[in-house]
Design a protein around this ligand. Structure first.
Ligand SMILES: [Zn+2]
Length: 507
């Protein structure tokens, strides 16, 4: 798009990607910063996306045998101290409750009182407190596997926050499971990674790479961490979900023991896995354009909006009767196993203003109905995956019949477009010089969109990983699950390497 063309969002992605992201959120009215440092207010359109994420994932969790439960938001400090690596990983970003009362300070204000004998940590993740319950629930191999999920809010005291991507408080789900054997727990860890990947690709239209994290990027206390990584439009990676194999580490610290099939008492094997409101950040950055939010139909709060256009009261009555007829007909149409969700925008604004309002909100389909359309019993349809002016007339019957097909087509277009972006910006790089130039912007002052995913050899040493991180702010996003064994030399030190890994800058 040339610079002369006005876009609904300013700046454009090319001009300033980070600012564009904030402006898309604002224009779509998804969320806002609150007065509480680092915490966001999620507004109805943004929250409806989260509710769709919840509804679909919850169904997938249930389908794979998991059940929901709820555990306390406060974790006694002593629980936290049981797993040394875990404490170290979260110590620097905890909110801690130390008092239980407010008292009159005698100067018209309030003072904090009632110091607790043991401070509570506001949960940054729940392994330790859920483990405490699990130690009581698990006694015999007959109690296993134990497959639990919790939908909750989490607090991690982040210093530099960004709506949806990094906030002090966020919403998520955390799965916690207990198994008899190492193998069973590993099967679960990978199964849930597959669930996340399927959800990301089929519902969010975000193609992901499944892989394992290096030791340096592992969840504190885990034996291994698996992740799904997606490429955003600025070619940076966004970790979109993680699944951890915890071995017996947490079972030992939380004392989760059971009598096995041989009658011996042993520690169990556990897993945990989660995705968060960060997925909304991923959605925004994968699909949106310089005119605002773009939403894949399967996750959009509403599938279509009807924009009635009339001048006189007489026209209004006739058009609104037709709108009602369409509403009822579409209510009976199912898309992705739910009734079509519809908005009717009858506000006193020009049709163009209303149209742009919904373009910026990312609604998949806009249906304009004016006096001429009424005469023909037709609608004038605009699609979010096409230019704003590129509209098409559809008869009432065609609309009812074709809308689910059109939505499916859009869903697939978005997925395909995101996949193409990733494929065309993933490069096998074997030379160190090329690697460094790939990740170095031409304009250091205001870096342009550059780089992408580098598929390069790595010897396995943490020193090389750290060197590249320090030099370029590039990290190993994952060792892909489908990485082939092949001989090569480490992109950093030149020593022999057996496989390629994915390097990228990331959020
Ligand atoms: Zn190396």
């Amino acid at each position: 798009m040339s610079k002369q063309v006005r876009t609904a969002i300013e700046p454009t992605r090319e001009e300033n990607y980070a600012e564009w992201y904030q402006q898309v959120i604002k224009a779509a009215d998804l969320a806002e910063n609150s007065d509480v440092r680092g915490c966001m207010v999620i507004k109805p359109w943004g929250y409806a996306i989260w509710e769709n994420i919840q509804r679909i994932l919850d169904g997938m969790f249930r389908e794979t045998g998991h059940r929901n439960a709820y555990f306390p938001i406060f974790i006694p400090k002593s629980y936290f101290e049981k797993e040394a690596e875990h404490v170290e990983g979260f110590a620097k970003e905890c909110a801690i409750v130390t008092h239980s009362r407010l008292e009159d300070d005698g100067k018209g204000g309030l003072k904090v009182a009632g110091e607790l004998t043991e401070p509570y940590i506001v949960r940054p993740t729940s392994e330790t407190i859920i483990g405490e319950s699990f130690s009581r629930w698990v006694n015999s191999y007959r109690d296993l596997p134990l497959l639990i999920n919790q939908w909750a809010n989490i607090v991690r005291w982040e210093m530099r926050t960004r709506l949806f991507l990094r906030t002090a408080e966020f919403l998520w789900q955390e799965g916690h499971t207990v198994h008899e054997t190492h193998e069973d727990a590993m099967v679960e860890t990978l199964k849930m990674l597959d669930v996340y990947a399927e959800f990301a690709e089929n519902y969010l239209a975000i193609p992901v790479i499944k892989g394992e994290k290096t030791e340096g990027e592992r969840f504190p206390g885990a034996v291994s961490t698996y992740c799904i990584e997606a490429m955003m439009q600025d070619r940076k990676a966004l970790q979109s979900g993680t699944s951890h194999f915890l071995g017996q580490n947490f079972a030992k610290s939380s004392n989760i023991k059971f009598q096995n099939r041989q009658g011996e008492v042993q520690h169990a094997f556990t897993t945990s896995w989660g995705v968060s409101t960060r997925l909304i950040g991923a959605l925004i950055m994968t699909h949106s354009d310089d005119n605002g939010l773009v939403l894949p139909p399967r996750i959009a709060p509403s599938h279509a909006v009807i924009i009635p256009i009339y001048k006189t009261e007489e026209e209004r009555a006739a058009i609104m009767a037709f709108v009602e007829e369409i509403r009822l007909a579409l209510k009976a149409v199912r898309y992705d196993d739910i009734p079509i969700r519809l908005e009717i925008d009858d506000r006193d604004m020009t049709s163009s203003e209303r149209g742009w309002y919904w373009i910026k909100k990312g609604i998949p389909v806009r249906l304009e109905i004016g006096p001429r359309d009424l005469q023909n019993r037709s609608v004038y349809m605009g699609r979010r995956d096409k230019e704003a002016k590129d509209k098409q007339g559809l008869s009432f019957e065609e609309l009812v019949e074709k809308l689910p097909v059109i939505l499916d087509e859009m869903q697939e277009n978005y997925r395909q477009r995101a996949l193409e972006l990733r494929l065309s910006n993933t490069k096998q790089i074997d030379g160190k010089e090329e690697f460094y130039s790939y990740f170095t912007p031409k304009n250091a002052e205001q870096p342009e969109i550059h780089g992408g995913f580098a598929d390069s050899h790595w010897c396995g040493s943490t020193d090389c990983e750290t060197q590249i991180k320090d030099d370029l702010k590039v990290t190993i996003r994952c060792i892909p699950n489908d990485a082939k064994t092949e001989d090569g030399t480490c992109i950093c030190c030149g020593k022999p390497s057996k496989r390629r890994v994915i390097f990228a800058k990331s959020y």
